[in-house]
Design a protein around this ligand. Structure first.
Ligand code: AMP
Length: 543
């Protein structure tokens, strides 16, 4: 016997309709890509323009399931595209502009994008690549008439504002199966070609609910959220959807993610919450330090995408009064896997004991199930000590890559994350490493993340990566590749001495190499692959 409740499909268009009806005057503020100040409107206006845009896209021939590629920063037009495209039953394919040109061409062709919408910043890039984009029939520049180029090599280039202005807002969102594809995002793919993760309306809405929960992002109609995480990678961690569900004010930073630009926007728009990868916060904190600034409204920052260094968490709390929520996830998980918040029983603990819990990656919201397994796939105990390969499942976890690339990724119905970590009895996950990055020394494992966190806690170190290099006896030994803070000094010996007493003796790195800069991937993570290649001929002292 079925229940007697309404069978309303979970649809992305319902999010913006809800935001319009009940939070119509809540603002969405964007730094303009054209460079002239801020654009400001509200959910009501955003919904009106998304409807007009949906009509315009249909007029351009967009049909159900067609893909619309975007090369765009976090801004109001990208937000409108999120809703207009998915709301029409088509698929928004956000392309990471930081990828290599050949990868951009590969994924646009693989996705079979029919329309490509892009910000002014990417006009030269698209002019260069347009002739190689085999399936794109229409190119739309996301700007107004005044900023359209006088001459361009792009055939039939269209103007976004003209398209929107030509339509009226008499439009009803179509209804369809909630399992219909809505958004497509390619993994950054450190080896081989990037693979597409195809989210559905259902998975996106369930993720939007899950992400908004109090022990996850805790979003409300009283919050002002500035997503630093890009809308071109895993939907800015779902914030454009959760914010619409909760009626949260959104502030989009455009392309300027330097310390000064972010700080000015945080203060001017009274931002209460933000989210991003650790590297973006380095720039912001350095700018604030140098100028002796404080936040007046910011309360919490979600940091994930790579391990958040405990030193960064302390600095935010002790010097700026901002709570850091450590989060872990991946493209294949929409992306939220867990966020770290304390439980009631932890509140009586002293600060340091609480801190020891809060530096872990976090607890899963309802909707994410996980376990750790050994090499043979046998489940390992959640005792906070045993580490194993992390597997996940749930309604917003992927079950296969777009077009079946890479074959069936699941193992007994679980998605293997490629991460290694521990789980404890309270549900907290601690990531030891990416399984490819873990350092195998004398048959035992050393966590590169733990060793990086220690290096970054040294006052003279701005950023550090730890990789395994070949060793004749131990197989691999860790070395630290570090960037010093501007004007700061520390020697190899001093940094190695800093490890004493903090880890087992055999975990202490064998060498330190200082560099001017570390390589990063297109999603802002340390590129260990590049580093390992760079150090492939490296000889440890004394070997
Ligand atoms: P992506 O699909 O590009 O978002 O990358 C996902 C991967 O980033 C995960 O599988 C982890 O290896 C890594 N990652 C994300 N968040 C964290 C975190 N808080 N700590 C450690 N690694 C993380």
């Amino acid at each position: 016997m079925h229940g007697l409740m309404m069978d309303m499909p979970l649809a992305i268009s319902e999010l913006i309709r809800h935001a319009d009806r009940h939070h119509g005057d809540t603002e969405i503020v964007s730094r303009r890509v054209e460079g002239d100040g801020l654009h400001r409107y509200d959910y009501r206006a955003a919904h009106r323009r998304a409807r007009r845009l949906a009509k315009a896209l249909a007029r351009l021939g967009l049909a159900m399931h067609d893909r619309v590629g975007t090369l765009a920063w976090n801004g109001y037009r990208h937000f409108e595209l999120y809703y207009a495209v998915a709301g029409s039953g088509a698929v928004i394919h956000t392309i990471n502009p930081r990828l290599f040109e050949d990868q951009i061409v590969y994924i646009a062709n693989h996705a079979e994008d029919r329309i490509l919408c892009f910000d002014l910043t990417f006009l030269p890039l698209v002019e260069k690549l347009a002739s190689r984009l085999e399936t794109v029939k229409r190119f739309v520049l996301m700007t107004d008439r005044a900023h359209m180029p006088a001459k361009t090599s792009i055939p039939g280039l269209l103007c976004y504002e003209e398209l929107v202005e030509a339509e009226d807002d008499r439009f009803e969102w179509p209804q369809f199966d909630e399992r219909t594809a809505a958004c497509l995002c390619y993994t950054s793919g450190t080896t081989g070609n990037p693979k597409g993760v195809l989210y559905s309306h259902r998975s996106t809405i369930l993720h939007a609910y899950g992400a908004a929960l109090p022990d996850v992002l805790n979003l409300s109609a009283r919050d002002v959220v500035l997503p630093v995480v890009p809308m071109f990678h895993v939907n800015a961690w779902g914030l454009p959807y959760s914010a619409a569900a909760c009626g949260t004010k959104l502030v989009f930073p455009g392309q300027h993610l330097d310390g000064r630009s972010l700080y000015e926007l945080f203060e001017a728009e009274r931002v209460t919450m933000s989210a991003g990868v650790p590297t973006v916060w380095l720039g912001l904190l350095q700018f604030m330090d140098a100028n002796r600034l404080k936040f007046s409204t910011l309360k919490r920052v979600v940091i994930g995408g790579s391990a958040c260094p405990p030193a960064m968490m302390r600095k935010f709390a002790d010097e700026y009064g901002v709570e850091v929520l450590h989060a872990w996830g991946m493209t294949e998980m929409s992306p939220l896997g867990c966020v770290n918040t304390l439980k009631g029983k932890h509140l009586a603990l002293d600060r340091e004991s609480q801190f020891a819990i809060r530096i872990k990656q976090g607890r899963p919201p309802f909707g994410v199930d996980w376990r750790i397994v050994d090499e043979e796939g046998r489940e390992l105990p959640a005792d906070g000590r045993t580490f194993g390969h992390l597997q996940v499942r749930g309604p917003w976890v992927m079950r296969g890559y777009f077009k079946g690339e890479g074959g069936d990724p699941l193992r007994d119905g679980w998605f293997p994350t490629g991460d290694v970590g521990t789980l404890d009895g309270d549900g907290y996950l601690q990531i030891t490493d990416r399984s490819k990055d873990v350092i195998k020394s004398g048959g035992e494992w050393i966590s590169s993340i733990d060793l990086e966190n220690i290096a970054i806690a040294h006052p003279a170190i701005a950023e550090a990566a730890v990789i395994g290099v070949r060793h004749p006896k131990w197989d691999e030994r860790p070395i630290v590749v570090a960037v010093k803070k501007p004007g700061a000094e520390v020697t190899r010996e001093e940094l190695l001495a800093f490890y004493q007493g903090k880890v087992a003796k055999w975990w202490v790195p064998d060498d330190v190499v200082f560099v001017e800069e570390l390589p990063h991937t297109a999603t802002g993570k340390l590129s260990k692959l590049t580093l390992r290649q760079r150090f492939s001929d490296y000889r440890l002292p004394g070997t």
